[in-house]
Design a protein around this ligand. Sequence first.
Ligand code: KIV
Length: 277
Amino acid sequence: MGRTSIPELNEKYERGTPLTMLTAYDAPIARQVDSGGVDMILVGDSAGDNHLGYDDTLPVTLEEALSNTAAVDRAVEEAMVIGDMPFLSYGTSLEQSVENAGRFMKEAGADAVKLETAPYGETTIEIVSRLTELGVPVVGHIGLTPQRMKQIGGGYVQGRGDGSSATVEALVETAESLEAAGAFSIILEAVTEETGRRVTDAVDVPTIGIGAGRYVDGQVLVVTDVLGLSEESYRLSKQYADLNSVVHASVQSYVDEVRSGAFPAAEHVFDPVEEQE
Ligand code: KIV
């Protein structure tokens, strides 16, 4: 059957079927996310704090992102796999941006790449245009863009007016520029519901929200939040399982059984020796 294509996503979008996206960073989780039926898997730079043990996304290297993407690629059969370009792996020059984006497709098996875009971010929009012309499908990402966290002073809601680093108007205009540059979809992170609605009305490509409210074309969440594998919970997310508790209890049972001699039992042993009386 092959992986979900852009025309297939567009068909769903035209029909008004909400699009689904989750992150994944390794093969076992990607396999489950894929078989669970999502349309797209984002190998996010949120791997920084959700997979690699960093405090945030900024330290994630291109090699780490490529390695995560390749692991996900090896596990996924049906969902579109999107590689997330880490901080400063794009933007330093057009040439380097194209080369690095190409590595996600040629070496790591991604079907598309995602780039964060600052309000009116001309440099990124030029890169999106070049990539699209060359056949690299691009997802834009606006609103709260965590790669700019140090610059804007934290991870707060955008499109709120004076208190935000991006106004609704700036976000609408940036989304329009991304669409014109060829982005086939736009992620909107942590914006007011009105911003989500206005951006969605302004563009003819699917908008995918994370903390962007109900009037967008699809949703994305971070898989460790969804599965209850994170240390924190966030208003914009929803926890559908409590894997922290499941993993903790399983490890405790294993430790107890090894210490008590209950594991390994005869059924786990090759050619078990007869018990001595
Ligand atoms: O890296 C990531 O997981 C993301 C999503 C939050 C959209 O960019």
